[in-house]
Design a protein around this ligand. Structure first.
Ligand SMILES: Cc1cc2nc3c(=O)[nH]c(=O)nc-3n(C[C@H](O)[C@H](O)[C@H](O)COP(=O)(O)O)c2cc1C
Ligand code: SF4
Length: 444
């Protein structure tokens, strides 16, 4: 096995390191996922493929590289990573680093797959971020627990003395909000995984009051590659505004689902196995947006394009609703789930989401009161009763999901108003966790 030498020259740029001592590496796909699909890469395979972790002896170089690379968070909000790194790096005193692998969105599987298939890439990124911000504690926050591949990777790295800092694994409860960063910090602190109002942000005042950097596990895997191969390499894929590759969980209309690594800006149509079997796409998951198939399939997978249609990449969930299902019924099931997932601590969310879910369920039934549709349009709209009124954006995301369902499935609302339904298949399509939460104990 050959290994790329560690570059310890602090004043050398990362790109020089990538072109010089570090192992040159193809900029195409896959970058994150194993070269042999379905075969996880252990530490030996990982080092053979990527070379050693290039610690840089300080914050500046890595942060500058990440800024030049234009890496954005892959946990949903696409926030520039270099800005959070720099903010926490500047803070004084005790600092905390957290890799967020909660993946609390039921339709997303990319983080679980990455942690199984390439755990060392995530752990590399975690260690680099620890070094860059000067953290004295590192956590890996996971749902539903560590995979055997991850456990083995941690043990192999400890035996090889690879890591800067030991990593504490904490389990996330299986709740939709558990991965939200302030909920995560509350859970790490021993409390319930519920969000708190901002400010302060966790990057200013997080775990035990310490500035806390929370990054999605996929984001950290990209960071590990940027540290090795540099910003120019990273930018060889993606758009100028949104560079790189991303993991997407794609639910095909035939009921199968795959995690794919795709170039940001790839045509959405290239992700779909068969367009003829679908009627609409849900883009961005359960806080995302429904779009009619013809419109969605002509778009590209980047926020600059999707935002023009009121949609966003989010955490990379794409679901192609089969032509034989009822979009209203599917949306009503998910809206009910989202309503039950409210942490119940902000009035508009506690009261508004169940009302929206009940109204959507009425529209998805046979015959409804005329006022119900008007009420729901008003509640879910941008000036509605919930948007912008919570400690977190759960109500906003739920309202976006419901509002887009009302638009895309408008013809079906009329069909239901006449006492019919176009579906020929009543099997639920969009995945939801088994069993709805019933007690407050589920938060722990
Ligand atoms: C309701 C809700 C749930 C979230 N769940 C997750 C999650 O499961 N995993 C995750 O990485 N980020 C999740 N986030 C985003 C986090 O709050 C945070 O922005 C993210 O972990 C930061 O990492 P990134 O910048 O690398 O994306 C969630 C946000 C919200 C509002
Ligand atoms: S907005 Fe809703 S989900 Fe978010 S903290 Fe408030 S009650 Fe909980």
């Amino acid at each position: 096995m050959t290994m790329a030498p560690v570059n310890e020259t602090a004043n050398e740029t990362v790109d020089e390191a990538a072109g010089g001592e570090a192992r040159p590496y193809a900029s195409g796909l896959p970058r994150l996922l194993p070269l042999v699909p379905g075969v996880p890469e252990d530490l030996r395979a990982h080092l053979a493929r990527y070379g050693r972790l290039p610690y840089r002896g300080g914050a500046g170089l890595l942060i500058a590289s990440v800024q030049e690379a234009g890496l954005t968070g892959r946990g949903g909000a696409a926030f520039p990573v270099s800005r959070k790194l720099a903010l926490v790096a500047r803070a004084r005193g005790r600092k905390v680093m957290v890799a967020n692998g909660a993946e609390s969105e039921p339709a997303s599987h990319k983080d679980a797959l990455l942690l199984r298939a390439a755990p060392n890439l995530v752990l590399d990124g975690l260690q680099l971020a620890v070094e860059a911000i000067g953290a004295s504690e590192a956590y890996l926050y996971l749902h539903p627990g560590a995979s055997p591949e991850l456990t083995r990777a941690l043990a192999q790295r400890a035996a090889a003395g690879l890591d800067w800092l030991g990593v504490t694994i904490t389990e996330a409860p299986p709740r939709f909000l558990a991965g939200q960063e302030s909920a995560l910090v509350n859970r790490l602190g021993g409390g319930p995984a519920v969000p708190t109002f901002v400010p302060p942000r966790v990057s200013e005042r997080g775990l035990g009051g310490a500035p806390t950097l929370v990054q999605n596990v996929e984001t950290l895997a990209h960071l590990a590659l940027i540290a090795r191969y540099g910003p120019r390499w990273f930018r060889a894929l993606g758009t100028a505004q949104e560079p790189g590759s991303m993991l997407a969980t794609v639910h095909q209309a035939d009921g199968t689902s795959q995690v794919m690594e795709v170039e940001i800006g790839a045509p959405v149509s290239t992700l779909l196995a068969s367009q003829s079997a679908a009627q609409a796409l849900l883009i961005g998951g359960y806080h995302g947006t429904w779009l009619p198939l013809a419109q969605a399939a002509s778009l590209t997978l980047d926020n600059a394009t999707l935002n023009q249609r009121g949609a966003a990449v989010g955490a990379g969930v794409i679901a192609a609703l089969p032509a034989d299902r009822c979009g209203l019924v599917e949306a009503a099931r998910v809206a009910r789930y989202l309503a039950t997932e409210s942490a119940g601590q902000c009035g508009p969310c506690l009261n508004g989401l169940p009302r929206m879910a009940a109204a959507l369920a009425e529209l998805a039934g046979r015959g409804h009161r005329r006022q119900t549709r008007a009420d729901l349009e008003r509640w879910a709209g941008p000036q509605g009763v919930v948007a912008g009124r919570g400690a977190c954006n759960h109500p906003d995301g739920t309202a976006r999901f419901v509002a887009s369902a009302l638009t895309v499935f408008a013809p079906e609302i009329s069909v239901h108003a006449r006492g019919h339904c176009s579906a020929t298949n009543r099997t639920p399509f969009l995945p939801l966790p088994y069993g709805m939460p019933t007690t407050e104990d589920d938060w722990i």
